[in-house]
Design a protein around this ligand. Structure first.
Ligand SMILES: C[S@@+](CC[C@H](N)C(=O)[O-])C[C@H]1O[C@@H](n2cnc3c(N)ncnc32)[C@H](O)[C@@H]1O
Length: 258
């Protein structure tokens, strides 16, 4: 019940949202990539990076949202984009790169999921992942607090659970090493400059807030967002020029087979 993904809302912050994908890709070693897949490709912004780096490669993308796939096809006519769920995605060992930027936080049980993804890699292949590590940030604590309001508490009781609690770097390392020869895990905290507190609300409307908003009717959504904004405001002071810095920790993993 995450609700529909909106390419337009997501791309309001296209440049800042694509930066972690660029940083993830920069950590993928210089290897020859003949086949690559972008899991949870969204509107194709991350796929475009793969094509720029390996213009000769056969690059494809999958996403569970029809709207996102339509948007990706409009952006990039050449790659094959399909509507598909990563939960049931499985491949023969044919990819040199499996790229999953900002998507696996919506899938449960990473201990079972990651070895399954690894099976799709050819020898020498790389699995590159970035997941938000922000469930304990004021932005997300605030969503759960707003969901406690008696007007919608019962209906929102399962909303927060749609996001998977990611593991620690040490747990990812142990989970991946049996399937790879080299595992690099690191964390980066971005400080995204946004226009006022409203900018934070707009940012999360297309991602973290979706499971909450999808369970509310129209008038309630505005009331929920007003309450949410009032809860998080004290945690995001306004800079002298009116900007608010959204601190956003993200976990990166680059795992390679030899
Ligand atoms: C935050 S966007 C990331 C888009 C892009 N990869 C990027 O780097 O900006 C997350 C995308 O994951 C997709 N998604 C969520 N759950 C999915 C699943 N189970 N299988 C495939 N795609 C999924 C959503 O539809 C959405 O387009």
């Amino acid at each position: 019940m995450t609700g529909k993904w909106s390419p337009t809302q997501y791309l309001k912050f296209a440049d800042q949202r694509t930066r972690p994908a660029r940083d993830l890709l920069a950590a993928v070693p210089t290897v020859e990539v003949r086949r690559a897949v972008d899991l949870g490709c969204g509107p194709g912004n991350s796929t475009e990076l793969l094509i720029h780096r390996w213009p000769e490669a056969d690059v494809s993308g999958i996403d569970s949202s029809q709207e996102m796939i339509v948007s990706a096809r409009e952006r990039l006519p050449r790659p094959k984009f399909d509507v598909a769920d990563i939960a049931s995605w499985q491949s023969a060992p044919e990819y040199d790169l499996i790229f999953a930027n900002a998507v696996l936080q919506w899938l449960p049980d990473h201990r079972a999921l990651l070895p399954r993804l690894a099976e799709g890699l050819a020898s020498g292949g790389t699995l590159a992942i970035q997941v938000p590590d922000n469930l304990m940030e004021p932005s997300h604590v605030g969503m759960r607090k707003a969901a406690e309001d008696s007007r919608w508490k019962t209906r929102l009781k399962d909303a927060a659970g749609e996001r998977t609690e990611i593991m620690t770097p040490a747990e990812y390392y142990d989970a991946l090493m049996p399937h790879f020869d080299h595992v690099d895990v690191w964390k980066t905290i971005y400080n995204h400059p946004l226009k006022g507190i409203d900018g934070i609300v707009e940012w999360f409307k297309s991602t973290g807030l979706k499971p909450f908003l999808a369970r509310l009717v129209n008038e309630e959504r505005d009331a929920f967002l007003d309450l949410y904004e009032s809860i998080i405001a004290e945690h995001y002071p306004v800079q002298r020029d009116g900007t608010v810095l959204l601190a956003f920790p993200r976990l990166f993993i680059v795992a390679m087979k030899s």
